[in-house]
Ligand binder design. Structure first.
Ligand SMILES: Nc1ncnc2c1ncn2[C@@H]1O[C@H](COP(=O)(O)OP(=O)(O)OP(=O)(O)O)[C@@H](O)[C@H]1O
Ligand SMILES: [Mg+2]
Length: 355
């Protein structure tokens, strides 16, 4: 695809504006594919402030997050478009450097963008874990060096993921913006966190109980009746509260919405189908499905056999989408003849997303 920012049009339709595809045409006769639009969803959820976009690689999560952030910023609320994944693409999307700190987006009022420095976040987590382990080893009078434990605890990809998840939760807790739009849903993490939060809760409960017992024994044995500060216990209590709070926010259907982006193709559909099942099981609010990259049927008439075949294939999958996600499809976006980049094009394509 060519790099044209402001001129992107639906494929093979030079004259058409960024209007939404007529989904009745795209999937054959019958009722429209979109029954409750993106706009209608936000009107019905005025308090929605933690928004996530998930889906298979390359389906358009970043551009949808960008369009949504740009659109919501028009309402005058303060919007943060943030990315937690190590491979950032917001700077590329917006054509300006937004790495490392929330940066005002040029050409869009009330909008900030922020690519979180993952390396820094991971190092910080490692240091914190190390302090805790050191304290514990000293407390338990174990003469092993903390470093070995720290290595074992942090040498796995899950650690990196959770450090990024922690970053996201930190941002949410700081509460400095009205709406947070996260590029790339931490799907596996949200699911893990919520699945684990019960287990964590029980575990922390047990730990606290045995810590309390140990502490009262110490106090009983010591001459001074002074209550000892116990950093490990403080940490556990704090950790439990943090998980509870994150869980409360992420499962609140008034505040949180996970949107799933798909193309009219087999694998992206299979991926979001799985996500939606997981999320529904864990009580994480699903905002809906956005179908991206649809070639309008009328374009087929003047096109090559290749394009006509693609259109026929897409129609089959649009039928499948209708069956699987009936009532959940919020928008259908055309395939443009250029990448979606820069605020003007995000605004324009955003009109199709929020039609
Ligand atoms: N409807 C569309 N028409 C034309 N180009 C599009 C469309 N949607 C997305 N693109 C382009 O496709 C590419 C992938 O989109 P994007 O980066 O948003 O996907 P992603 O799901 O975030 O990918 P990743 O999984 O790598 O993060 C980008 O170059 C984007 O500009
Ligand atoms: Mg992306």
């Amino acid at each position: 695809m060519t790099q044209l920012t402001e001129t992107g049009r639906p494929l093979a339709t030079e004259a058409r504006d960024a209007t939404p595809i007529d989904t009745r045409q795209a999937v054959g006769e019958g009722s429209p594919l979109v029954t409750t639009s993106m706009r209608a969803f936000f009107e019905a959820h005025p308090g929605a402030r933690y928004l996530f976009f998930g889906g298979k690689g390359g389906v358009g999560k970043t551009v949808m997050a960008g369009m949504t952030a740009v659109e919501l910023a028009r309402s005058g609320r303060r919007i943060l478009l943030a990315s937690t994944n190590p491979v950032h693409s917001l700077s590329g999307l917006l054509g300006q450097d937004v790495f490392g700190r929330p940066t005002p987006v040029a050409g869009a009022e009330n909008l900030w963008a922020f690519e979180i420095d993952t390396r820094d976040a991971i190092d910080r987590s490692k240091r914190e874990i190390k302090e805790k382990i050191q304290w514990f080893l000293k407390f338990a009078e174990i003469s092993t060096k903390a470093d070995e434990f720290v290595e074992a605890a942090t040498m796995n990809p899950a650690f990196e993921e959770s450090a990024m998840f922690e970053n996201m939760v930190d941002l949410m807790f700081k509460d400095e913006y009205d709406v947070y739009v996260f590029d790339t849903a931490p799907t596996a993490n949200a699911r893990r966190l919520l699945g684990m939060s019960k287990v964590y809760g029980l575990w922390v409960q047990k730990m606290l109980k045995s810590r309390e017992e140990a502490q009262s024994l110490r106090e009983a044995l010591s001459f001074s009746k002074k209550k000892e500060e116990d950093p490990l216990m403080n940490y556990l209590v704090e950790f439990r509260e943090r998980i509870r709070h994150a869980r409360d926010l992420l499962t609140d259907p008034e505040k949180t919405a996970f949107f799933f982006v798909t193309l009219p193709e087999a694998l992206p559909i299979a991926v979001i189908r799985r996500f939606i099942t997981w999320f529904t099981d864990f009580g994480i609010p699903v905002g809906g499905v956005v179908v991206n990259g649809v070639i309008a049927r009328e374009d087929g008439a003047h096109s090559s056999e290749f394009v006509r075949n693609r259109i026929a294939m897409q129609e089959g999958y649009l039928g499948e989408i209708r069956q699987l996600f009936d009532g959940q499809v919020r928008a259908v976006l055309p395939l443009y003849d250029s990448d979606i980049r820069g605020v003007p094009m995000l605004e324009k394509a955003g009109r199709a997303l929020f039609a």
